[in-house]
Ligand binder design. Sequence first.
Ligand code: BGC
Length: 358
Amino acid sequence: MRFAKLVPTLVLVGFVVMACGGSGNGGTTSAKKIALLLPESKTARYESKDRPFFTAKLKSLGFDTNNLIYSNANQDAPTQQTQAEAALTNGASVLVLDPVDGAAAAAIVAKAKAKNVPVISYDRLILGTADLNYYLSFDNAAVGALQGTALLTALNGKANAKVVMINGDPADNNAKLFKQGAHSILDGKVTIAKEYDTPSWSPDKAQTEMQGAITAVGKNIDGVLAANDGTAGGAIAAMKSAGISPLPPITGQDAELAAIQRILAGEQYMTVYKALKAEAEAAATLAYDLATGAAVPSSMTNGKTTNNGAADIKSVLLTPVAVTKANIKDTVVADGFWTKTDICTSTFAAACTAAGIS
Ligand code: BGC
């Protein structure tokens, strides 16, 4: 009798507890938002690789991707500042920020810090702030060194070789590192006939710069050190319209599909493959741990740091790989970055077979 009477009471109490717990937990978990703030869209990687890899990894960790705040700043620093402030107002628990302007982005970190929101510097380093939590990128000086080394190989000891350098955006700390890395290999071995920094990493501006170089130096340019595939594309367009044939060896970076196909067609000598899946997934895992308050395993950074001018920032730095016609198959294809079907369209079928990709 007494037991029977108690049952409805227990059920009722249980229901009330569940209802409270449910709404309480629901309130806190749904408040966890992660913001991914990418810098531009003229370079293919951000929308075609970084964003989808990051989103998929968060999903696999059980994160509700409706709570992922995403913005792309189209290479405009004030726009990025506004987007970051909107993400903070919107309740972001962590910012994953690939800065348009490494120095200007310190102001974003300050705003985040005021709200106790950790910031991960994604791919490009945010400079001059001790409040940055993590930096996740590649060994970017090594990227430039790979480009320089490949160019020397292609020049095959040619005496007094004239090289044009098309560097990236000076507001991007990576561009500075790529440039330093390339100079560390090329200086004293070739003549740098002309050198440009390319605002906004714009392929159109790279094309104009290359036109200027052809006007100043003449058509007998022996090699072009282009900092990424977008600027390589601009430089190639300028050389083609000036009637330069055959094209001299030209470098790149990002292993964009268009660049892989240009390498097969013999228009571009090399690119640098960076495993963007590994980079984006590490960032997603780290952001998830920071958002949920989970302990970040020390194996994440293994004690590695990078000085950003204000402090030593805990860092994850992945290794870049040089790609020429000879190893497309063993790098980007083996890694699933591009499939044979992506690369070997009818135009490139014969070149694919020759490169052992078919
Ligand atoms: C990235 C490159 C990219 C360039 C232009 C750099 O910071 O590391 O992968 O090509 O920005 O967006």
